[in-house]
Design a protein. Sequence first.
Lengths: 273, 305
Amino acid sequence: MIRHITTNKPARLVHTTSINKTLRILVFHHLQIARNARPGQFVQILTSIGLEPFLPRPMSVFSTQPREGTFAILCAVIGPATERLARLAIGDELPIIGPLGNVFTFPRNCEHAVLVAGGVGLPPLDFWARRLNTIKRKNPPEITLLIGARSNTERPRIAKINGVRRWWSTDDGSFGFHGNVVQLLQHLHTENRWPIEKTVIYGCGPRPMLQALQKWIIENDYPGQLSLEEMMACGFGVCSGCAVPVRPAREGYEKYKRVCYDGPVFDAREVFL
Amino acid sequence: MKTPDLRVTVAGIALANPVLTASGTCGTGEELARVLDLKKLGGFVTKSISVEPRSGHPAPRLAETAAGMLNCIGLQNVGVEQFIAEKMDFLRTSGTRVIVNVVGRQIVDYVACAQRLDRIPGIDFLELNLSCPNVQEGLDNGANPHWVNQCVSAVRTIIKLPLIAKLTPNTHDIVGLARAAEDGGADAVSAINTLLGTAIDIETRRPRLSNVTGGLSGPAIKPVALACVMKIARAVKIPVIGIGGICSGADVVEFLLAGATAVQIGTATFRRPTACLEAISQLREYLQTHKIPRVTDIIGAAKLP
């Protein structure tokens, strides 16, 4: 079965909110993405009709509002492409494709979801926390969202989700736990001891944070899903540019998967980071 | 006016229009089928296939540059046996012409891979990648006319399928390579592959590609490609397939005027997944506007001194 991707509808900017000096929430109108995007997925936005920047940028879907036909991304203004996004006016349209990539999953028998977000890794996990929070069963999952930032001023001030336990860490200790988000996870773990067979740890963030989280997940024997970021050209699986090495590797032949097409969500034990 | 006739013929095989995908930019078909109807293409060119599976280079494999990009994918592919077993069923029923791109380390590898593919139904052409800048042997051999001639004739003598030789621009004499391919029995040549390039991160002082150098593609290389195609088209009798930075119908027209019988579109697909289809519509509009009944009327029709 071929899952078709909408390519001929532009995204129209309908709303923006600054949440700190460098982070902005951009809300776009796009019916198909609003209806179909699931937590973990991303879109490819072409920020310029001209040739600079040449390639589109992959952006995680932060939330969807299917009734309004809109979806949001959380954008850190860090370079030419994101500066262009930040300068968009309401009503501006950009070429976009999506939703792309795979999704986070939560097994039926599980009761605890622990979501570990480092910096710009927050959008897909916040989206996932909201989605998990809508699961209706006798024992709804207990959702814990850990968010790490460098400092209080760089902290992404986003709306709290009722029913989701949220913890903060800052590298300089200016807000919440003093340390990085994996140290916060270890700290909470000593108090909580989530049951291994009923818990999934999810992670998204910068590579060093994911490496630390992967190590922690393996040492503590939890199931885990990590959402990766990699430089991309196409975003839909044709160029093989966003390669990540995966197990099992054998002598003389490394096995690679595409972050855009086989991921971005991978089993925590599958990828070499 | 009637709808212009977009059909072109390469090596006796009719293509619905002159726009093909370029090898290495569209995988093996299934991924691209999610964003466009393959039936509307002139043909589909697969990623390079080798006898043995190749894992490719580590990340980073891509670097964005001015009006283009560098890549050092490293010919990652599943190998010819797995390609035939897992990818051909889809391509066979895709409704478009199928060109399988073949790569090897040595001539014997090209021969073995081509021989295996020659018996497989659903393949219309083989294209020999004699020019990948991302593997050492590709650069060394592909720029040597004698080697190009040897490789093409070795494959030619053992297969029935029409053969396209894809040439490197990383040489002082691409015309010599085209003549060598023609003499070796190629039914067509395609040009150009990517230009060797690199980029350095000025903060870390490290190369931005894992393999240090990579292949430059995109609109940045279009004028170079166009000059190569023009020179080759004047020097050989076999059809030339133009490649290099083509993004629009206007670009297609330029390559056809320069003497290309067909073109391949690659990197533009990364910016706009439907770039090939947009180029086909724009080509049709150009012919309509200029009251040109057949696309073949503009092939080599540039007014050159």
